[in-house]
Design a protein around this ligand. Structure first.
Ligand code: ATP
Length: 145
């Protein structure tokens, strides 16, 4: 029996709403265990997303890049749903904002490292490390795009 499904339906959703939706040729997602390439007829799957770059090959063979934060990807019946804490198309990333988020996280982590967190203030090292990673990822995606 022939199978003529040559595309995937991709939906990328963040808490703010849809970020991308369309029929595409291939999706490469940053999963916790490494990059995951998804083509039509992929087996059903649920995986956890890492902070990283999501690449989309369009039906006219160009690539679209997005920066994504943590979340999940689900694949079933040629439909790929990406639910991410944050997702931005490369062209929509605000570089100055990412640079200042990076700087802020670095400064806060330095305060912890040097034992100089002001009295009465709390800085969560995990939170700052994740903020640093998100900012670095955004800057890396912009650079490549
Ligand atoms: P910031 O401290 O600048 O808010 P953050 O990493 O804490 O950075 P997130 O919590 O990941 O921000 O995202 C909050 C919202 O802001 C999301 O909708 C995300 O897509 C958007 N966002 C965050 N940083 C940028 C950026 N540099 N450019 C465009 N959108 C961004």
């Amino acid at each position: 029996m022939t199978d003529d499904r040559h595309f995937l339906r991709l939906e990328v959703v963040s808490p703010d709403g849809p970020v991308f939706a369309g029929d595409v040729a291939m999706v490469v997602v940053p999963a916790l265990r490494g990059e995951l390439g998804i083509l039509p007829r992929h087996a059903p799957l649920v995986a956890q997303l890492a902070i990283g770059e999501l690449r989309v090959k369009t039906l006219d063979d160009t690539w679209i890049r997005l920066a994504v934060a943590e979340g999940f990807v689900k694949v079933q019946f040629d439909k790929v749903i990406v639910l991410a804490d944050a997702a931005e198309l490369a062209g929509e990333i605000d570089v100055a904002r990412a640079e200042s988020a990076l700087q802020r996280a670095k400064e806060r982590l330095a305060l912890i490292r040097d034992g100089k967190v002001p009295a009465g203030e709390e800085i969560d090292p995990y939170r700052e490390t994740m903020a640093l990673r998100r900012a670095k990822n955004r800057l890396a995606v912009v650079k490549k795009g």
